[in-house]
Design a protein around this ligand. Structure first.
Ligand code: PA5
Length: 455
């Protein structure tokens, strides 16, 4: 694992009246102690099982993948939220480095999106992996019903060999079906929440299938865990990330901006982790707090021409994490053309990665000059260990932040509310009362006269 984290510009900003200092961090050490205490009491048990994941055996995954690898060259994952974003993030990051088998992640119920995937695959060579911890989520169950019907009709003899299911070991409707019908199954541990589950069977089966070294990913996570267990605050990167993001009380928005296309989906994974874990109405005592920082995903250098104007001159409500890749295994040299034209000749013989990284530093400098707190994470290169380390770092930082904020970072009552409303709207038995309430709301809207139908 080789990540460098530069926190300098969180603290030493030139023109920043509301800037925090390292002393402010140290003055808040009691918050860290509190977070540490809760973390230590709970870790390795429900619901902080993610702490132990780097030590878990993965032989059952590797054996399974070995068995199916000659038959299939593509996997389609059906899942949503924590049962999909990690799979996508790891695959996007590493497929730039290695020749991998194909992975599609269908994490919606958009018919056009499904059609695109079904058109892109060779069904004969594709294995489907339905992932849902609860085993009941409407989007994923709809996909499951689609795929089981499709497989039974297309491959009546061996349809079961083309389907993997990943769910809780006891609970949920999908588990019942697995017991009844004997589908190949993997397990989402009950002590690991959805968005913390990428280093379980949830994310590791698809990763191992495509050819990613999952043991190296876990090694990276394990190495990072040592740092995130550090008692000395200034040596613990997860604590510094959590505390700095909390101490900037006026920064309601946290922008993560990798200067790297392969790492863009990793910032999408972070977006869910930070939002769903920290956006909470009630604190641990049940008082209303309405807390949370809005995570925003941006891409360098692309968004320099779309967002950075706002970031440097707009409201001072943001804190930034820039991500840079130091070494590229593939690169392009800008050719020596137009050498006599000073408008472009400075680019000759430079590499694309050199230009990209110069732009990353340029943005860091511009943000700092504009008094915007920012930190930089440098990946020595994009590889399994660094990806695993990054994942663990942000899982730990999120949990620390939650406990510093005195909220529960592991639940998601707001997501559950949306799931219930969907069941009601789709006429699920037992949700008649909610359906009635929603219909009243829809009627009120109609009567309000605020809807313009334009032809
Ligand atoms: O992090 C979470 O808990 C959620 O985002 C879930 O992963 C998401 O709602 C999907 O749930 P499930 O895996 O039960 O289908």
């Amino acid at each position: 694992m080789n990540l460098t984290i530069d926190f300098t510009n969180l603290f030493q900003l030139m023109d920043m009246p509301d800037g925090i200092t390292q002393n402010d961090l140290m003055d808040s050490v009691s918050l860290c102690d509190k977070a540490n205490k809760i973390f230590s009491e709970k870790k390795s048990s429900e619901p902080l099982g993610f702490y132990d994941l780097p030590d878990k055996e993965v032989e059952h995954i590797l054996e399974y993948v070995e068995k199916i690898k000659s038959k299939f060259d593509t996997m389609v994952v059906f899942g949503i939220g924590g049962s999909a974003l990690g799979n996508k993030a790891v695959y996007s990051a590493l497929k730039a480095q290695k020749t991998l088998k194909k992975l599609f992640v269908y994490d919606n119920v958009d018919p056009y999106f499904l059609d695109d995937i079904m058109k892109a695959i060779n069904p004969e060579k594709t294995v489907f992996n339905v992932i849902t911890k609860s085993g009941t989520t409407a989007e994923t169950m709809a996909s499951f019903m689609f795929v089981i019907d499709y497989l039974k009709k297309t491959f009546p003899k061996d349809y079961k060999d083309r389907l993997i299911t990943t769910t809780d070991k006891e609970k949920g409707f999908l588990r019942k079906l697995i017991k009844d019908e004997g589908f190949q199954d993997f397990i989402v541990p009950d002590d690991v929440g959805g968005r913390f589950s990428v280093l379980t069977d949830v994310g590791l089966v698809s990763s191992a299938f495509v050819g990613i070294d999952i043991k190296a990913m876990l090694k990276g996570a394990s190495d990072m865990r040592k740092h995130c267990d550090e008692k000395d605050l200034l040596k613990n990167p997860a604590m510094i990330i959590a505390l700095s993001h909390i101490l900037y009380k006026t920064k309601n928005i946290s922008v993560m901006m990798p200067y790297s296309n392969p790492l863009y989906d990793l910032s999408d994974w972070y977006r869910q982790l930070w939002a769903e874990s920290l956006g909470k109405r009630y604190d641990l005592q049940g008082d209303e707090v309405f807390c949370g920082q809005t995570p925003v995903q941006a891409l360098g250098a692309t968004d320099q021409h779309s967002q950075v104007q706002l970031y440097t001159e707009g409201p001072k409500d943001k804190i930034f994490t820039l991500i840079m890749v130091e070494n590229y295994t593939k690169d392009f040299i800008i050719p020596e053309v137009y050498t006599d034209r000073q408008e472009v000749n400075y680019l000759c013989k430079k590499t694309f990665s050199q230009l990209l990284n110069a732009e990353c530093i340029a943005t860091e400098y511009a943000l700092t000059q504009a008094g915007r707190p920012n930190m930089m994470i440098k990946f020595s290169e994009i590889n399994e260990e660094n990806i695993g380390a990054f994942i663990y770092l942000y899982e730990a930082a999120t949990v620390y932040a939650g406990y510093m904020l005195n909220i529960n970072p592991l639940d998601q009552p707001g997501v559950e509310a949306g799931k219930i409303a969907t069941y009601a709207l789709m006429d699920k038995e037992g949700f008649e009362k909610q359906k009635n309430e929603i219909n009243q709301y829809l009627n009120k809207k109609k009567e309000s006269g605020n809807i313009l139908c334009l032809n």
